[in-house]
Design a protein around this ligand. Sequence first.
Ligand code: KMH
Ligand code: ZN
Length: 274
Amino acid sequence: MEKLIITAAICGAEVLKEHNPAVPYTVEECVREAKSAYDAGASIIHLHVRYDDGTPTQDRERFKEIMDAIYKVCPDVIIQPSTGGAVGMSNDERLQPIELIPEMATLDCGTLNFGGDEIFVNTENTIIYFANQMYERGIKPELEVFDKSMIDMVLRLHRKGIIKDPMHFDIVMGVNGGITGELRDFIFLRESLPAGATYTVAGVGRFEFPLAVAAIIDGGHVRVGFEDNVYLSKGVLAKSNGELVEKVVRLAHEFGRQIATPSQAREILGLKSR
Ligand code: KMH
Ligand code: ZN
């Protein structure tokens, strides 16, 4: 089976130090968390950034500062900035990190409720605009799908030539407003992906590790990290993103999956080297 790519979503835009004191806000904290994940076996860092008080931002210069600082200690890691940002941000605000020409960036493939009164808006025209902006710069989109209808949207845009092969999906499961993280739903989504596509699964909260095991067995890839879940096990806060990655590595080894290095991850995903 293909080696396992582990993505660490170290920070997110919504999770706070109140949920886990190790959630990173400052440059130094982001570097500490990225390095802990990288040292444990993550080859991709999915990155949101914050100001020092924890406020989420898509500011290009803040991304540059944090990406440069992470590359200093994890020189070959793949950094995948978010273009989702936080609910309520404008499209152009969200797109700022692609001006830094990262190897990959997220492309959110549909609109969904996001808890309470929040709506995470990604209209068809927004998806097309983001996709064009990324492909023009040679950036590979990671196709974030939070429900089956978003896979269908990707397939429609692929038929129109807007989304291009090879496609890589991130199946995000368990968001309040998206599909649940039940195994039944994982199998449904995974079976709905087009032949030849690769995928990562990101299970939110208690779904994180059961879905990691499902993807390990199935030949998919895994995302963990504070953005999705702050617990190592029921009631036990993870001390770092690295601890979450270490658990995935242990599970992978139990099931005979080897862990991909960043250069092996680039090969699997068809990325050009930095
Ligand atoms: N923070 C969410 C509203 C992404 O990174 O592309 C969007 C999100 C998805 O996290
Ligand atoms: Zn994200």
